[in-house]
Ligand binder design. Structure first.
Ligand SMILES: N[C@@H](CS(=O)O)C(=O)O
Ligand SMILES: [Fe+2]
Length: 224
């Protein structure tokens, strides 16, 4: 499986409105519900070549409707949770991340995975960092983005590292993440020293069912 850009997309990696449209032969699917989105994603990933503009289009065109996803939205008091929605035939993981007030991730990479993200509720701040040149140096911030309802964003290791935070102390936030291929380990970085630790990521629930604590694998990235 590989991710490809539409040939017509010469807009420096930005999504070209017409690229996927031409790719589809002018037939755009209707994505009204989360089930529509899941169906269209599965169909897209049936192919060996995944058109990135089209995947972006699908993530953008779904408009969040809480009734669609509330069965997956399970929070923890202490940290953000990862809740599996669909395994996409082993080619990708689609999941809901539930962020309590003040919850955030540590600074991390995404292994060899492409990460597409969409806001379903509330807002989050994403801070991107450059890869450190050597251990011992402080990580350099390269971008800071506020993500509001229905916004989408994308990251992979060639773009850099990031951390995500719900900075509100009154509202929770929920985001939808697609990782292809799925990954279960990533690197977590200390902001001041760039020292890394390997972190195994896990699910809080799968298909709407909470996992017992002893079914969960090791730890999730630490905040720092
Ligand atoms: N990539 C993180 C969430 S985020 O901070 O982008 C995870 O899957 O746990
Ligand atoms: Fe991430």
């Amino acid at each position: 499986m590989s991710l490809v850009h539409s040939e017509e997309n010469n807009n420096n990696g930005k999504v070209c409105e017409f690229a996927f449209y031409k790719h589809l032969g002018n037939k755009l699917p209707v994505v009204n519900t989360l089930d529509d989105l899941i169906r269209e994603l599965r169909e897209l990933f049936d192919s060996d070549k995944i058109n990135v503009e089209y995947l972006n289009y699908l993530m953008k065109s779904y408009k969040s409707r809480p009734a669609d996803w509330k069965k997956y939205a399970k929070f923890d008091r202490c940290r953000y949770t990862r809740n599996l929605v669909d395994r996409g035939n082993g080619k990708y993981n689609l999941m809901l991340l539930c962020w309590g007030e003040g919850h955030g991730s540590g600074i991390h990479d995404h292994a060899d995975s492409h990460c597409f993200m969409k806001m379903l509720q509330g807002s989050l701040e994403e801070v991107k960092y450059a890869w450190p040149k050597c251990e011992g140096e402080e990580l350099q911030e390269i971008a800071r983005t506020k993500l509001e309802l229905n916004d989408t964003c994308y990251i992979n290791n060639s773009i850099g590292l990031h951390r995500v935070e719900n900075s509100s102390n009154i509202d929770t936030a929920i985001s939808l993440h697609l990782y292809c291929p799925p990954y279960d380990q990533c690197l977590v970085f200390n902001k001041n020293t760039a020292k890394t630790t390997v972190s195994t990521v896990t699910f809080h629930s799968m298909y709407g069912k909470r996992l017992k604590d002893n079914d969960k694998i090791l730890a999730q990235p630490e905040d720092n």
